[in-house]
Design a protein around this ligand. Structure first.
Ligand SMILES: [Zn+2]
Length: 451
């Protein structure tokens, strides 16, 4: 987190950076000018006409940072931890006893490093406990994220009715008001402590603490209602898993014949402050209700495959929920936190489910603009003049020959082919937090794939 300024001539700008017309940038003409001064974008606009396009150096394209709307911070991944893929309810047993245990600090730190290398500038970390002290675990996760310079929503897990996880069922709700009040007080204390720690530094605003009822089948109804009440009173965001597996769908249909999602709505849980993850088994009417309430829905296609949960309903969600977005869940298909590959998988499913070509810009929104609400106070703003520097510089030099081709807007090139090797720089909250080993100004663009 040492660098706070620089200036570049870009081949183009994609996503919703610098206004709605930017995404159509074709890399032709004179390109774009970008200047960052003391962490703030002071210039981001098309270069004046008549200026020659840069002919040497890598073809850099500015993209909003990718957002990982649902994760846990699983270190180098579950293969490294020794946890084999399996149907969710079996897999949870393995998750609790990894052959290679690591501390919360290691888990979140290693995951954040890998995400930043892939161009992920913000992640939701739903804390999986490695020891019983919940506050200490949440604190450790938050500090690990701050130390890496990644924006983070750190989710405090609440799990008070989960004696039979394997069966995906609640035990008899026993939550009295006092213990939930104690949890809520602890969450607020942590949030205040972290805000205090970051005050006046580049880390200010990097972390948001959220309430995390882990999933409706594992949390007592009075607890859900109390957390919703606290969220309404204070604005504190909520994040929960929802209908991830077939077993969870079966439980929901048995316990809530009128509909689980309707029941959550009645408990006050469905608001624009709430994010739900997976939604693998959501029906169309349930998707519509989430959208009506402004809930953010995070899709996790790779995780759903690895945990035998099903096929992520990308097309149905994208058609019905304005804030449908993507998360890695710490279970990227190659166990590598590659959010570009996740985006390609999501677009592939979307195309197969809809039998049409999904434009790159539309797909890219799933991994960028659509997920911002999941981050609460830690959300990055779209890159624009006057905003803190939150962006990725992608090196699209290997595809320079496609620039300007009508079939290949820059967003389509990025969505079709980019990966961690093409992430030249990552800026978060005004600081450069990652750069590829070679300087991004090296003269030979043909070596751009090296890293
Ligand atoms: Zn999860």
């Amino acid at each position: 987190m040492s660098e706070r300024g620089g200036c570049w001539r870009l081949a183009g700008v994609i996503g919703d950076a610098a206004g709605p017309t930017a995404g159509t940038g074709d890399g032709g003409g004179a390109g774009w000018e970008l200047v960052v001064d003391d962490g703030v974008i002071t210039t981001l606009r098309p270069a004046p006409a008549g200026q020659p396009a840069p002919s040497d150096g890598p073809a850099l394209v500015l993209c909003p940072p990718l957002l990982n709307g649902h994760d846990h911070g699983r270190g180098l991944g579950t293969v490294d931890a020794g946890i084999p893929d399996a149907p969710l309810e079996q897999w949870l047993d393995h998750l609790a006893r990894p052959p290679r245990p690591r501390t919360q600090t290691e888990l979140v730190g290693l995951a954040a490093d890998a995400m930043l290398r892939a161009g992920v500038g913000a992640a939701v970390f739903c804390v999986n406990l490695t020891r019983p002290d919940v506050a200490a675990e949440v604190r450790a996760a938050a500090h690990a994220a701050i130390g890496r310079g990644i924006r983070a929503a750190v989710v405090y897990p609440v799990l008070d009715a989960a004696s039979h996880r394997r069966a995906g069922r609640r035990r008899r709700p026993a939550a009295a008001r006092a213990p939930v009040d104690a949890i809520v007080a602890e969450v607020e204390q942590l949030a205040a402590e972290l805000a205090q720690a970051g005050a006046g530094s580049p880390a200010a605003g990097l972390v948001d603490v959220q309430l995390g009822p882990v999933g409706p089948q594992w949390v007592a109804e009075p607890t859900l209602a109390r957390l919703a009440e606290h969220s309404a009173a204070t604005g504190r965001p909520l994040h929960l898993h929802l209908l991830e597996s077939p077993a969870q769908r079966a439980w929901a249909d048995e316990v809530y014949p009128q509909g689980l999602v309707v029941a959550l709505d009645r408990l006050g849980l469905l608001t624009e402050r709430t994010t739900v993850a997976h939604g693998t088994w959501l029906r169309d009417d349930e998707l519509a209700l989430l959208d009506e309430r402004g809930v953010t829905l995070v899709l996790n296609p790779s995780s759903n495959l690895r945990l035998a949960c099903g096929i992520s309903p990308v097309a149905r969600a994208a058609a019905r929920v304005r804030t449908a977005c993507l998360g890695l869940d710490g279970l990227a298909l190659s166990d590598d936190h590659d959010a570009w590959a996740e985006l390609r998988l999501a677009r592939g499913l979307w195309q197969a489910q809809e039998q049409r070509r999904v434009p790159g810009a539309e797909a890219l929104a799933l991994a960028t603009a659509a997920g911002r609400a999941a981050f609460g106070a830690a959300a990055p703003r779209p890159p624009a003049e006057g905003q803190p520097a939150d962006f990725v510089l992608l090196d699209l030099s290997p595809w320079r020959h496609l620039f300007g081709h009508p079939d290949w807007p820059l967003a389509d090139i990025a969505v079709a082919a980019a990966g961690p090797a093409h992430v030249a720089e990552v800026w978060v909250a005004g600081s450069r937090v990652h750069h590829r080993r070679e300087p991004s100004s090296r003269p030979d663009p043909s070596s751009a794939q090296a890293h």
